[in-house]
Design a protein around this ligand. Structure first.
Ligand SMILES: NC(=O)c1ccc[n+]([C@@H]2O[C@H](COP(=O)([O-])OP(=O)(O)OC[C@H]3O[C@@H](n4cnc5c(N)ncnc54)[C@H](OP(=O)(O)O)[C@@H]3O)[C@@H](O)[C@H]2O)c1
Length: 164
């Protein structure tokens, strides 16, 4: 029998965090540790998942470090600007773990990248988490398409980048 992986989602009540949580819960293969600062929204999300995916174990947690501590994989579903703060909170407990970066580091007008041309959001997160395995993915799929990623009749591609 395959081992159930535990996945923490930091920023779980945001557009992407909740879409990823619902999508993963449909697989029935993951234990989900959902972290958000907004407890009401988080409890609501947990209830929605428990109603639709009865076999998925899901926990609502208010602390990024606590959620990441027990996880095999950590998904940072926050804006790029919040990644430094999140990295500082989870650094010690993310050692040796896969950390997924989903951010598109755009300015507020969505017209330009805020990262310089010789780096990327994931590379910056990797510098902040030197002992973790940072992987970039999910950033090319809109939150609204996550549960059913079929666009114009074609399954959306997912791109994955990382060094490990
Ligand atoms: N929306 C999309 O379709 C889409 C597609 C591809 C990639 N992305 C990327 O996905 C990321 C999230 O986008 P989104 O649209 O989901 O944004 P969002 O709806 O604003 O959600 C962001 C989440 O991050 C949380 N957050 C912010 N600062 C935090 C911190 N310091 N510690 C912990 N949690 C924090 C927010 O919680 P609070 O409100 O409680 O602060 C919120 O739950 C972004 O990096 C974006 O570039 C988005």
């Amino acid at each position: 029998m395959a081992t159930i992986k535990t996945i923490a989602i930091v920023g779980a009540t945001g557009n992407m965090g909740s879409a990823i949580a619902k999508s993963l819960s449909k697989q029935g293969k993951y234990r989900l540790l959902l972290m958000s600062n907004e407890q009401d929204k988080l409890v609501d999300l947990k209830m929605q998942i428990e109603k639709t995916s009865k076999s998925t174990e899901v926990f609502a947690i208010s602390c990024a470090r606590e959620a990441s501590w027990e996880a095999d994989i950590i998904i940072v579903a926050t804006p790029y600007e919040a990644e430094k703060e999140v990295a500082e909170k989870i650094r010690e407990v993310a050692t040796g773990k896969i950390v997924i970066s989903i951010s598109n580091p755009l300015n507020s007008a969505y017209s330009e990248l805020v990262t310089s041309s010789d780096t990327s959001a994931a590379e910056e997160l990797q510098k902040l988490l030197p002992n973790s395995k940072v992987v970039k993915t999910f950033n090319t799929t809109f939150a609204a398409d996550f549960l059913s990623p079929i666009i114009d009749g074609k399954t959306a591609d997912a791109f994955i980048a990382g060094n490990n």
